[in-house]
Design a protein around this ligand. Structure first.
Ligand code: GDP
Length: 213
């Protein structure tokens, strides 16, 4: 059984001092509000409502930790781009998030969720600009791929890939759909390698560019 199917809610944090001890490997999930992040987490963990915990009042601007197996964590970061957030809260959120992303030693890599119909928005670029200087890998899921024809999805994937190769070479990218379950196996392959569960771990020093259609 995949380690992702053994995921349970662990804790919610709103202040850096409340982060759990940095033992084990953490994989962060980020994305714009409504990009399909919660659905992707629920699909990958095979739990219909797990990540909706992060959407309950009082938790939406917080970092939510889900335990993967005995010692690893899936870390659900607050969705960004939601216009109604007051500026005080937005500042607190930006500080919490950027400090976590830039300094957390146990954080291995980031899964960045983008709606395949609106990839690489300015806020997605800003997230990449915060995180990629760490040198850690980013795997992008172009989700809701079922909303496009195969040709459209493939062409978007190719355009995003070309842009990443030039600008953010440590990013890999694939198509994904929580509705049709497209791309789940490819995602598991990347994440299991990050968690050290694959037979041939991904080399951290080499950029990996994946094209999955
Ligand atoms: P979040 O705000 O990023 O966590 O986004 P949600 O997971 O709540 O999804 C936002 C909306 O997009 C919901 O109406 C979902 O049902 C829909 N959605 C999410 N993933 C997919 C997908 O792969 N395909 C389709 N067709 N709809 C999706």
């Amino acid at each position: 059984m995949s380690i992702f199917q053994n995921t349970v809610f662990y804790t919610t944090i709103n202040h850096l001092q409340d982060l759990p001890p940095p033992n084990g490997v953490e994989i962060a999930f980020a994305g714009r509000s409504n990009s399909g992040k919660s659905s992707a987490i629920n699909t990958l963990t095979n739990r219909s409502r797990l990540a909706f915990v992060s959407k309950t009042p009082g938790r939406t601007q917080h970092i939510n930790f889900f335990k993967l197996g005995d010692r690893h964590f899936l870390v659900d970061l607050p969705g960004y781009g939601y216009a109604k957030v007051p500026s005080e809260i937005r500042k607190h959120w930006e500080n919490l998030l950027s400090t976590y992303l830039q300094t957390r030693k146990s954080l291995y890599g980031m899964v960045l969720i983008m709606d395949v119909r609106h990839p690489l928005t300015p806020l997605d670029r800003r997230m990449l600009d915060w995180f990629t200087p760490t040198g850690k890998p980013v795997h992008i899921l172009l989700t809701k791929a079922d909303k496009l024809t195969w040709q459209q999805a493939k062409s978007t994937l190719q355009n995003v890939l070309e842009f990443l190769q030039k600008t953010y070479p440590q990013c890999s990218v694939q198509l994904f759909s929580s509705t049709s379950k497209k791309g789940i196996k490819e995602t598991y392959t990347v994440l299991e390698a990050w968690l050290g569960l694959a037979s041939t771990p991904i080399q951290k020093t080499k950029p990996i560019i994946k094209v999955k259609t």
